[in-house]
Design a protein around this ligand. Structure first.
Ligand code: SF4
Length: 358
């Protein structure tokens, strides 16, 4: 494999085809970090809006560190995988004075301090090998690979590799391949290019291999195994859960909400009064209320069967760990996407809650 030629072809393709994305127009590690955390489980189109909102409200690491976690969650609302937002906030508090986030300090001998920078990035909550490699290469042009799902796909096809990339053995193997393939002189450009190739060209189904800049070297193309790759380990079984929400509405237009504290889904997000049922209970129970809404919500390993019931009451009941809020103040709290859907379908049409004008 003539690596130099491969690098040139890939980078030339990138320069002609890449999307203009705001986090690619900067070498500010803070902005790159924010974008990478957003994009971990979110598509670019949706992530873009959140990126702009977060950067506008928290333009630097200090402003993020000083914010209350509830506010960060509010800005993350609807994006899912909320541990990302909590880790972002925690990491900002830990790293707000670190040299890597200060422009004047970043300029001093970065290359020589590559390992130190990478180790500092890896120490941040929510930052693993991929994110540390992405920030190290995009912000500091350091020679670290950044293996996201798109890169795993390209590499598994380029080398016709059948090892499941999401196992410990697979991660180690692909990391070695990526380190060997990396353009050590132009890591920023190379990582951007291979990620973009996976996102736009070497797509999961029916990639156009005839126009691919890597087709000269692609073993899967030669061996006719493109559609069989990449290989991943079998997915764990999805667990069904049954959640019954009661939306109490008092005469004075107040309701009860509580914040999820336990180590479970949606930690630190707010929701209406919730009882978890077994599947049998949920099917058997006849629920009485003014308005009932049933929703199914799928998370990575859980399928949630939710039932929302509005109960109009003269006075709110006393329920431990709940707080009384006015319906008109609901937009000051961060809710899961499931609860937002219920607000949208049950409260807004009946003018029980009016969303603020954007
Ligand atoms: S030749 Fe086809 S399978 Fe191989 S890297 Fe290019 S697009 Fe992917």
């Amino acid at each position: 494999m003539n690596k130099e030629l491969l690098h040139n072809k890939l980078i030339e393709w990138y320069e002609q085809n890449h999307r203009i994305l705001p986090w690619r127009e900067t070498d500010d590690p803070y902005k790159i970090w924010i974008s990478e955390i957003i994009l971990q489980q979110t598509r670019v189109a949706q992530g873009m809006e959140y990126y702009h909102r977060l950067i506008t409200r928290f333009p630097d690491i200090q402003s993020l560190a000083q914010a209350h976690e509830d506010e960060v969650l509010l800005y993350w609302q609807g994006l899912g995988y909320y541990s990302r937002a909590r880790n972002l906030h925690k990491a900002a508090q830990l790293m707000k004075n670190h040299a890597i986030f200060h422009q004047e300090m970043r300029l001093l001998g970065d290359k020589a301090r590559g390992e130190e920078i990478f180790a500092a990035l890896k120490s941040m909550p929510g930052v693993g090998d991929y994110t540390a490699g992405a920030i190290a290469s995009f912000a500091f042009n350091l020679p670290y690979p950044a293996l996201d799902g798109n890169v795993y796909r390209v590499l598994s096809r380029l080398y016709d590799c059948e090892i499941a990339f999401d196992t410990t053995q697979g991660k180690k193997h692909f990391r070695q391949l990526a380190e060997e393939l990396l353009d050590k002189e132009r890591p920023r450009l190379f990582n951007s290019a291979i990620m973009e190739l996976g996102a736009l060209h070497c797509v999961p189904t029916a990639p156009d291999c005839s126009t691919c800049p890597l087709n000269t070297w692609c073993k899967a193309l030669t061996n006719n195994t493109v559609e069989l790759l990449p290989v991943r380990k079998p997915r764990p079984k999805v667990r069904d859960r049954y959640l019954e929400y009661t939306i109490y509405i008092a005469r004075d237009k107040t309701t009860l909400i509580h914040q999820r504290k336990e180590n479970d889904i949606w930690k630190h997000l707010w929701e209406f009064v919730c009882a978890e049922r077994t599947g049998e209970e949920a099917i058997r129970r006849k629920v009485k209320g003014e308005k009932i809404l049933e929703l199914t919500h799928v998370l990575s390993h859980q399928k949630l069967h939710a039932r929302f019931v509005i109960k109009n009451v003269s006075e709110l009941p006393e329920i431990p760990d709940t707080v009384v809020v006015s319906l008109s103040d609901l937009d000051n709290y961060a809710f899961s996407r499931l609860t937002l859907k219920a607000i949208e379908k049950l409260l807004i049409p009946h003018r029980l809650f009016l969303p603020p004008k954007q």
